[in-house]
Design a protein around this ligand. Structure first.
Ligand SMILES: [Fe+2]
Length: 303
């Protein structure tokens, strides 16, 4: 049931297959999917044309389309539901103009009387700035091979010592899939006492949702805010970390340490694919490095 269409002007090809519920294998767009796609791409195109005329930058707009076929009578598309996600930085006046522009979509004009088309407009929430802090330790005495430092964190009401014997992973993987802790009522302050510990932090609400921190004792206590997913890994020599937590009155240890697997968390999977920000100790200070384009292979490092 495969077909191939060629666009004469550009030479581009487009393939279709019949859907699984209609004698096909569903290996490509069904012809009726193309009709749904025509509506979605038409909406995007007219918004793009309008933005260009106005001199606006649009950012990323996504359209998700749900197609419903008839269950009785002749087989045809009964309805389409378009869910349009607009960028967070557009003003309400701009949204109004762009929404109005979609009424001029030629495909919509052709279909309007024959298919029920519902449109839901959403605007993504603006992302928060990254909130990552290192609480410095105060080294008040050093003698040969001995360091005395004040490990206190203001407001801390919990002191947990976490020992990794060898190359431990915390929390452990779910088969091969990474797992993370996330606290609702506890801010962590992780201070490395011995060895080195690599923390990965994911926070889908941050502009930079993915961080990798090569934490050592000199960097101070890594503060992990509420709502931030985190996991840590030690090298073969293991490590000892003192976590001086700040817990609120609703803290319940039975609820705060439940590992969350990436397996079913689309928002975390997306955060993990974002270019990471690396935090390292170099020349006596904490350095923040952003490596962009890891996936494209064109790396660019900015401090
Ligand atoms: Fe934690």
């Amino acid at each position: 049931m495969h077909t191939e269409a060629q666009h004469v002007h550009s030479g581009q090809t487009l393939r279709t297959d019949a859907p699984v519920d209609h004698a096909g294998k569903g290996e490509n767009f069904a012809p009726t999917d193309l009709l749904a796609t025509a509506v979605g791409t038409c909406f995007l195109t007219v918004m793009g044309i309008t933005a260009k005329e106005k001199g606006w930058g649009l950012g990323e707009i996504t359209v998700e389309i749900e197609k419903k076929m008839t269950t009785h009578g002749p087989r045809k598309i009964e309805s389409l539901l378009l869910q349009i996600e607009m960028p967070s930085d557009l003003e309400s006046d701009q949204l109004k103009v762009l929404r109005k522009a979609t009424k001029d979509c030629p495909v919509l004009r052709n279909l309007d009387d024959s298919i029920r088309i519902n449109v839901q407009w959403n605007q993504s929430k603006s992302k928060k700035k990254t909130s990552l802090n290192f609480v410095p330790t105060n080294v008040f005495r050093e003698t040969p091979q001995v360091t005395f430092f004040d490990a206190g964190v203001k407001g801390s009401n919990g002191s947990d010592v976490v020992i990794h014997h060898g190359s431990a992973i915390s929390p452990p993987n779910d088969d091969e899939i990474e797992q993370y802790y996330m606290h609702h009522h506890q801010v962590d302050h992780n201070l490395v006492l011995a060895g080195r510990r690599t923390f990965t932090l994911l926070n889908p609400e941050w502009e930079e949702p993915h961080h990798v921190i090569y934490l050592n004792q000199k960097m101070g206590a890594l503060q992990i805010p509420i709502g931030t997913y985190h996991r840590s890994v030690s090298g073969p020599e293991g490590s000892i970390v003192l976590n001086q937590a700040v817990r609120d009155s609703d803290f319940d240890p039975t609820k705060e340490f439940k590992p969350v697997s990436l397996r079913h968390q689309a928002d975390l999977q997306k955060a993990k694919t974002a270019d990471p920000v690396f935090w390292i100790w170099e020349d006596g200070k904490i350095r923040r490095l952003k490596v962009s384009g890891i996936s494209s292979g064109k790396k660019q490092i900015t401090a």
